[in-house]
Design a binder for this molecule. Structure first.
Ligand code: AMP
Ligand code: MG
Length: 633
């Protein structure tokens, strides 16, 4: 494998040199909201415990666990924001709401759902069926956050959750590191300025190109939480470059100067000589592709800030990025960005590194380590790296949509598809271009099982009924749905019960209700009933029986079901809301059209939420999806 040639630095050594010269900027006080995106210069400790008092987790009744089950007198009410007025005695309870302080004497809360009101609300007497233990539904003082514990550390970047924590602590202002002032300069006789009003509509002149580095770098500086200063375009001449450097040091009082172009070997590449003349060059060649001529120097300030002793301010950091747009972009992220982060107080300034798997072969560079731009797509086994295409350093399109730089070693070889590589994050993967191809549409169920192991539900624990009329369409739909479910539900966690209603039952509500009852009661209770044909003319009896047995409609599931089913079976809409979801006791009833495609579309829409919905309803047994399904395969 090739090694770093003499005179060049490896990227990690170059980065270390830069960080050793990047000073920590001063702290300044800001109101929390104005500090969004900035880095904390001080830790924030919890000034009080949270909750400050023993607080109820539920709406219910506070009581003494020692009293056990039975009837209680309700002697007071205490809502969030109030202070308890009475101390609890034997077999006494206090009505309490979530977040309210527990009255003295009480050591637990029984939620409203588990309490029987012996009189209409506001009840003065309640019945608790089962004894509860001390501490039930109570957060003791400091349960979430202990007094004096660290809420935020110096070096933490303030985002929305951190602002919430400052609010929590009642912190009126915070010390954060000030933003770095970063001057950005493009150099080159051939450059036209797209940001200058004169350029608008003027088009390209012979031999010229538009300056794309400055807009990209100014934006990247802004995204780093620093303050960009636009120094425009300088011609390739010593006077213009000197003037730009003077402006960065003087009028703009910049901490950092990022210039692009003019660091290669040509006779008009004058940035390196300028830096050698005015400051100290730390390196001028890095073993990387793209970005080989990357240069870093420090330039002392001729005069210190007014009143400050000479030399008190750290020198200006100057980055000479290669002019090719991709080289400038990659060098900024690999070296300049970590420097800015360190100066602005970040505790870990480097780019985050994640593992990714290539999806197509990638040709390696035989001489230099390469930073290959890639879009990250979420795949079944984690991040997949999709190349952004042609990687020549002039093709800025390769940076658009790039979430990461793949760290590829030098070798006269090609990496096969499926190779695990490391990827340095340069984009915001939350909103990156890869989301369009993400292959993880549903949450992973970590308990889902594909094999004999049935998960927590026990073998065959969930009973599912396929109910259909005697008409051919309903039975065909039930048949197809059964196969469809087998492919999607974890094996061994469920068993199907088939009920075919006799032909004469179709229009008869009472016959249908009688046939359904054994599926809803006792040992034979099914957690899920799929009622085929209940939405069509052949199923009026089934529809009426379903309505009669329903204890509660579930409009949310019903509307999802209808939206998915009806494009495939529009006639099902004619019978009112009969294509619907409802509960009968703890069983979920889904009324489906007899058309198999429509039933499948409806079930497919509900499938990801079915296990949760059934558990919420209290359906007996646990229904689980296949793990391959939740992995999007
Ligand atoms: P240089 O590093 O100055 O030798 O430039 C290398 C290549 O990058 C040349 O093709 C330049 O025209 C191009 N280039 C330099 N600066 C910029 C810029 N700011 N925007 C777009 N292209 C540039
Ligand atoms: Mg040039």
């Amino acid at each position: 494998m090739p090694i770093c040639p003499p005179g060049s630095l490896t990227v990690d050594v170059a980065l270390r040199v830069v960080l050793a010269n990047a000073p920590l900027l001063e702290a300044e006080e800001r109101a929390p909201f104005d500090a969004m995106g900035a880095t904390l210069a001080e830790p924030v400790m919890a000034p009080h415990p949270h909750p400050p008092f023993a607080a109820s987790i539920k709406d219910g009744y506070a009581l003494r666990s020692i009293d056990g089950a039975g009837d209680f007198d309700v002697v007071d009410e205490c809502r969030a924001g109030e202070l308890p007025q009475v101390s609890l005695g034997e077999r006494q309870a206090v009505y309490i709401t979530t977040g309210a302080p527990l009255p003295p004497g009480a050591d637990c809360v029984v939620q409203l759902e588990s309490v029987e009101l012996l009189e209409p609300a506001p009840a003065k007497r309640i019945r608790v069926r089962r004894a509860v233990s001390a501490g039930l539904e109570v957060r003791p003082p400091g349960f979430d956050i202990a007094e004096g514990s660290t809420l935020l550390r110096a070096g933490d970047v303030l985002g929305s959750a951190e602002l919430g924590l400052l609010g929590y602590a009642g912190w009126p202002a915070v010390q954060v590191r000030r933003a770095a002032r970063v001057a950005v300069l493009s150099t080159g006789d051939e450059l036209l300025d797209p940001l200058a009003p004169a350029a608008h509509g003027a088009g390209l002149r012979g031999g010229c190109v538009f300056d794309s580095n400055r807009p990209a770098l100014l934006a990247a500086v802004l995204a780093a939480g620093a303050r960009p200063i636009d120094l425009g375009v300088a011609r390739d001449g010593p006077a213009a470059l000197d003037a730009a450097l003077d402006a960065a040091l003087g009028a703009h009082d910049a901490d950092v100067l990022v210039c692009s172009g003019g660091v290669s070997m040509g006779d008009r590449d004058l940035v390196k000589p300028l830096l050698a003349r005015r400051g100290a060059t730390h390196f001028g060649k890095v073993w990387m592709k793209p970005g080989k001529p990357l240069t870093f120097a420090t330039v002392p300030r001729a005069t210190a800030a007014p009143g400050a002793p000479a030399g008190a301010r750290a020198p200006l950091l100057v980055f000479g990025l290669p002019g090719n747009p991709v080289s400038a972009y990659v060098c900024f992220h690999l070296v300049v960005l970590p420097a800015l982060r360190q100066m602005q107080g970040a505790s870990s300034p480097g780019l985050r590194r994640v593992a990714a798997t290539t999806v197509a072969p990638i040709q390696l560079d035989p001489e230099r380590p390469e930073y290959h731009r890639a879009t990250l797509v979420s795949g079944a086994r984690g991040w997949e790296a999709h190349s952004t295409g042609g990687q020549i350093s002039s093709r800025l399109l390769s940076c658009s949509g790039a979430d990461a730089l793949l760290e590829l070693p030098p070798a006269a070889a090609s990496l096969p598809a499926g190779t695990r590589v490391s990827a340095l994050l340069i984009g915001d993967v939350r909103s990156g271009a890869g989301w369009r191809h993400d292959a993880l549409p549903h949450p992973i169920d970590p308990l889902a099982a594909d094999g004999a192991h049935a998960g927590g539900g026990g073998s065959g624990g969930f009973r599912l009924a396929l109910v259909c009329g005697a008409d051919a369409a309903s039975s065909a739909a039930a048949e197809r749905t059964s196969a469809w479910l087998t492919a999607r539900l974890a094996p061994d966690c469920w068993q199907a019960v088939r009920l075919t209603l006799p032909a004469e039952a179709a229009a008869d509500e009472s016959v249908c209700a009688q046939a359904l009852r054994p599926l809803l009661e006792g040992e034979g209770t099914c957690g899920l009933l799929l009622l085929f044909g209940a939405t069509g003319p052949a199923g009026t009896g089934l529809a009426a029986a379903t309505r009669a047995l329903t204890s509660r409609a579930i409009p949310s599931l019903g509307s999802v079901l209808r939206a998915a089913c009806l494009p495939h079976a529009p006639a099902a809409a004619l019978l009112g809301a009969s294509c619907d979801a409802a509960l009968a006791g703890s069983s979920l009833l889904l009324s489906l059209p007899a058309a198999a495609a429509a039933a499948e579309a409806g079930l497919a829409a509900l499938l990801p939420s079915l296990p949760h919905a059934l558990a919420q309803a209290g359906a007996p047994g646990l229904l689980r999806l296949r793990s391959s399904l939740s992995l999007g395969r």
